[in-house]
Design a protein around this ligand. Structure first.
Ligand code: HEC
Ligand code: HEC
Ligand code: HEC
Ligand code: HEC
Length: 196
């Protein structure tokens, strides 16, 4: 037991040290965003994206799976083919791996659309005391990886297209209408500290 834990701990410490200096951002999970963006969190929580992992379990959405040629009795929760679209950052640095190691990145969370947050969160946090006086610019945040998805449909089409079994050929209701879906994604709450 100890023989195994020590190298794991050492590599964790190394990873943490690298993480604080390296340029590439990690996924931190939506709970971290919730602290400052409670309204957006609550709105997102009501969409099916917040429960998208659940649908990979056996005996869930039986009729829908049959129609798509999937096996409703099968457990898809470890199937790479499904995980890339039903979790956050699957197979990317710092993204979802499996339920044992990265449970906080299950489901399609904030960072699936806004990009991995470890770097832009630091900028948002660093300025906490001076939000009111100094504000932010969107460019500043984008330069450290923040994505504003309404600017580019491609952010969505990675999952709402490609090899998704639930596509518009299966049923017209799965057709991706960017404008309509944006409205359902989360309500826009006016920003107070972003300088135009
Ligand atoms: C990482 C993959 C992924 C990305 C990126 C993604 N989605 Fe989704 N989305 C899903 C999955 C999976 C579901 C279905 C959840 C379920 O039922 O299991 C979904 C469901 C939704 C729903 C809820 C269904 C509805 O119509 O009420 C909306 C709205 C939506 N997506 C909008 C968007 C928009 C807009 C974007 C881009 C800005 C986007 N999604 C990007 C994976 C993704
Ligand atoms: C399916 C994609 C998607 C997901 C998931 C998502 N967002 Fe967004 N978010 C958007 C889009 C698109 C906009 C731009 C809305 C606009 O311009 O009207 C946006 C805008 C925002 C804004 C700017 C202010 C506002 O209300 O429009 C904040 C803050 C934000 N999101 C935070 C979050 C947080 C926190 C989460 C997770 C709890 C989250 N988002 C999940 C797509 C997403
Ligand atoms: C390319 C991305 C992608 C892949 C791969 C993918 N999904 Fe999904 N899945 C989606 C999206 C997007 C939706 C939501 C479709 C919509 O609402 O228009 C969805 C919806 C679903 C639903 C809900 C359907 C409904 O009508 O409520 C189930 C169940 C599901 N997926 C299971 C799976 C399983 C199991 C796999 C692997 C065999 C899988 N998906 C692979 C993107 C994907
Ligand atoms: C320490 C607090 C804090 C945390 C944590 C935080 N944010 Fe922010 N974020 C802010 C503030 C403050 C703004 C400016 C809001 C305003 O103008 O009202 C902002 C702005 C944004 C915007 C809008 C940017 C624009 O140009 O329109 C998005 C999108 C966003 N955050 C997403 C996220 C996501 C996703 C996470 C988690 C990965 C996150 N934030 C974590 C404080 C935070």
């Amino acid at each position: 037991m100890m023989k195994r834990t020590i190298p794991v701990l050492l590599s964790l410490i190394l990873l943490m040290a690298l993480g604080s200096t390296a340029g590439a951002a990690d996924y931190i999970g939506g709970k971290k965003c919730k602290a400052c963006h409670i309204k957006q969190y609550k709105a997102w929580e009501k969409t099916s994206m917040a429960n998208s992992f659940e649908n990979l379990n056996p005996n869930v959405k039986v009729e829908e799976k049959k129609k798509a040629g999937l096996d409703p009795a099968k457990d898809y929760t470890t199937d790479a083919k499904c995980l890339k679209c039903h979790t956050t950052g699957y197979d990317k640095p710092g993204g979802f791996k499996n339920m044992e190691e990265t449970p906080k990145l299950a489901n399609v969370q904030c960072e699936a659309c806004h990009g991995p947050g470890s770097n832009y969160k630091k900028v948002m946090k660093k300025n906490k005391k001076t939000w009111k006086e100094n504000g932010y610019t969107s460019d500043e945040l984008k330069s450290v990886g923040l994505i504003i998805p309404s600017e580019d449909e491609k952010t969505c089409l990675v999952c709402h297209g490609g090899d998704s079994p639930f596509n518009e050929k299966l049923d017209a209701k799965y057709k991706f209408n960017f404008k309509e879906r944006l409205k359902k994604t989360h309500k826009h709450f006016p920003l107070k500290y972003i300088k135009k």
